[in-house]
Ligand binder design. Structure first.
Ligand code: IDP
Ligand code: MG
Length: 138
């Protein structure tokens, strides 16, 4: 078995709506293991690095402002194929159409803002996971 790690964020909407426990419970119920966990109010520079791939897109500015709007919970989660597995638990980006049963599908909705508020972030590849864990946990 090869153990993999991913970065999970409960975004400001998830923390503000009191959904942190539900998100963590789903991760644990799936059988993955929490190896790092903290509540942080992230700085702009960190968020711009985290979302570097989206720089220049119309939602980049609103995305960074949204992520600055309140505390986030950052976690490192471990398990075989956890990167893919957490993306599957999270559901697709747009909460309106994310499948029921997923975090975004069950707990998220469109609020008509410039940025999709969709409760969670999860790394999308081993390279992203390594980069993002470095950004958030050093
Ligand atoms: P992901 O979080 O599902 O990996 P990404 O494409 O990496 O989605 O986008 C990062 C975040 O930016 C999304 O989770 C969402 O909050 C926001 N976002 C992505 N695409 C759009 C869009 O087309 N309009 C508004 N917000 C978006
Ligand atoms: Mg992404």
């Amino acid at each position: 078995m090869t153990t993999e790690r991913t970065l999970v964020l409960v975004k400001p909407d998830g923390v503000a709506r009191g959904l942190t426990g539900q998100v963590l419970a789903r991760i644990e119920a799936k059988g993955y293991r929490l190896v790092e966990l903290k509540l942080v109010h992230a700085e702009r520079a960190l968020l711009e690095r985290h979302y570097e791939e989206h720089r220049g897109k119309p939602f980049f500015g609103p995305l960074v402002e949204f992520m600055l709007s309140g505390p986030v919970v950052a976690a490192v989660v471990e398990g075989h194929r956890v990167i893919e597995g957490f993306r599957s638990l999270a559901g697709s980006t747009e909460p309106t159409t994310a499948a029921p049963g997923t975090i975004r599908g069950d707990l998220g909705r469109d609020w008509g803002e410039q940025v999709q508020q969709n409760i969670v972030h999860g790394s999308d590849s081993p390279e992203s996971a390594e980069r993002e864990i470095g950004i958030w946990f050093g």
